[in-house]
Design a protein around this ligand. Structure first.
Ligand SMILES: [Zn+2]
Length: 174
């Protein structure tokens, strides 16, 4: 098992759509960023890459023309491919988005569907929730949105070393 953590934040900007976990959420502003600035999906991608010891999101999805206004759920699908290549599977994801506005109550199931289907995992393996920041700091002043995510990965199976083998009851002679 491998654990990973991811954090992201983006500031609000006029004239941009607000995309959170792949859902276009109606609001007076969106988030500024090179891609679609999907703060939840970015935190999840960083957590997945971290758990896989693959560095961070900027390594695979740099601010290049190819990723301009990219739909981050597509980047999540590319991240899944990186995990597949290492023989790693997602056990579960827990994410918190920290914002004062807007309320997201009606979007949880669609967000869950977007994340879980991009990764090919059960909906029950994904949890996304929201907190306000009690009006403190940049989130509290409604300057932007932050997100944090934790993930657990399984695999790849390793051949037990002789010591582990003994502990597991393998590799004994007679
Ligand atoms: Zn981001």
């Amino acid at each position: 098992m491998r654990v990973g953590i991811g954090y992201d934040s983006h500031k609000f900007s006029e004239g941009r759509p607000l995309i959170l976990a792949g859902v276009k959420v109606p609001y007076e502003k969106g988030l500024a960023g090179f891609s679609d600035a999907d703060v939840i999906t970015h935190a999840i991608i960083d957590a997945l890459l971290g758990a896989a010891a693959l560095g961070s999101i900027g390594r695979f999805f740099p601010a290049e023309e190819k990723y301009k206004d990219a739909y981050s759920i597509s980047l999540l699908k590319e991240t899944k491919q990186l995990l597949d290549d290492k023989g790693l599977q997602v056990v579960n994801i827990d994410a918190t988005v920290i914002l004062e506005e807007p309320r997201l109550d009606t979007y949880w199931s669609q967000m869950n569907e977007n994340i879980s289907s991009a990764l090919g995992i059960e909906a029950s393996a994904v949890n996304i929730k929201a907190k306000t920041n009690e009006k403190m700091g940049f989130v509290g002043r409604k300057e932007g949105i932050a997100a944090i995510a934790a993930v657990l990965l399984r695999g790849p199976q390793k051949v037990p070393t002789s010591k582990q083998g003994n502990l597991l009851g393998y590799g004994r002679n007679g």
